[in-house]
Design a protein around this ligand. Structure first.
Ligand SMILES: [Zn+2]
Length: 334
């Protein structure tokens, strides 16, 4: 009664079920409180089994909005196979507009494989990796840069699994039809949802679609195009659900392979970027300027990129502390 995670979803049942993942967690204002995480499950016969998730981080809205819309538009008759949708996975974080859950400080995407006896975010991570992911063939987890960061819209996967698994994952990432794709090297023990997918033997995909604690017409369109293309590529639907038509771009692959591709703050200061996310840059180009408002007499530092590539993400909050990532450049994948 006071531990674990429970739900009423029957994964063998045909048709649509709307329910909650419930996590008991006693708090000051509610002694018998349960975290309530909405879950939609739709099954129509045998077919591909897809798990869609947003709200891994609570201040990344494209996925919340697109999956909410998808939940409203889909029923059993409109699909073939199985879809499970978690539009607000770490719900306490989403409803507080925070990256991490205010209930337990949990950053869900650093908590896998989770802990069944831990705090709510860790219990959720354990349930996802050990119970929910293994019931599916393909998993897509939707992200953005969050409140403090702008991110170029980009499909994302981690190098997980054997060659056959990796190839299938790469093919499906291309099928998302976004202009850019990114392959991360986080290793088989990664505490991320994609690490969890790899350990569960599931094809894991993700995407970063925007940032700044908001959405834009471009970030929403990219998200919805990727979801329509994924549903189509898997054979779950035959016509687009979220957009009027399928929008498919040729994908260019990028990678982060070295710490030199990022510029970090090493002291408190104020960051002025010179370039926008998505721009092509060359080694030696000015990346921006770093100011010290407490030293009006001191010239600003000029920051330079150290490699050729595309600006992948950039800090949006001007005021910085040592350790803040200011800008990242992705290089062509080889
Ligand atoms: Zn995120």
């Amino acid at each position: 009664m006071h531990t674990g995670l429970f739900h009423s979803i029957d994964f063998n049942a045909e048709g649509r079920q709307d329910g909650f993942l419930s996590i008991p967690f006693s708090i000051d204002r509610s002694p018998y409180f349960q975290v309530k995480i909405p879950i939609v499950r739709i099954k129509n016969g045998k077919g591909p089994r897809l798990l869609l998730m947003a709200g891994n981080h609570g201040d990344e809205y494209e996925g919340n909005i697109a999956l909410s819309r998808l939940c409203r538009r889909l029923d059993a008759a409109s699909i073939r196979g199985e879809i499970t949708i978690l539009p607000f996975a770490n719900a306490p974080a989403v409803f507080a507009a925070k990256r991490r859950s205010p209930l337990d400080g949990g950053n869900l995407n650093r908590l896998f494989p989770g802990d069944p006896a831990g705090k709510p975010s860790a219990r959720l991570a354990h349930f996802l990796e050990h119970e929910l992911l293994p019931r599916h063939d393909v998993f897509m987890d939707l992200h953005s840069g969050g409140t403090s960061m702008a991110h170029m819209p980009i499909a994302l996967m981690e190098r997980q699994g054997n060659t056959e698994h990796f190839t299938r994952m790469l093919d499906l990432m291309h099928a998302l039809g976004l202009p850019f794709g990114f392959i991360a090297e986080n290793g088989p023990d990664a505490p991320t949802s994609l690490g969890a997918a790899g350990r569960a033997g599931v094809i894991g995909l993700s995407g970063e679609f925007g940032g700044g604690g908001t959405v834009t017409p471009l970030s929403m369109r990219s998200t919805m195009a990727a979801l329509d293309n994924l549903l189509h590529a898997l054979g779950i639907v035959s016509s687009p659900v979220l957009l009027d038509r399928f929008e498919v771009a040729e994908m260019r692959l990028l990678a982060l392979t070295s710490h030199d591709q990022a510029i970090y703050a090493t002291r408190p200061g104020w960051y002025e970027p010179a370039r926008d996310v998505g721009e092509e840059v060359r080694a030696g180009d000015v990346a921006g300027w770093y100011h010290d408002f407490t030293r009006l007499d001191a010239a600003e530092d000029v920051l330079h990129f150290s490699c050729d590539g595309v600006v992948l993400s950039q800090r949006l909050h001007t005021m910085c502390e040592a350790g803040d990532c200011l800008v990242q450049v992705a290089v062509p994948y080889s």
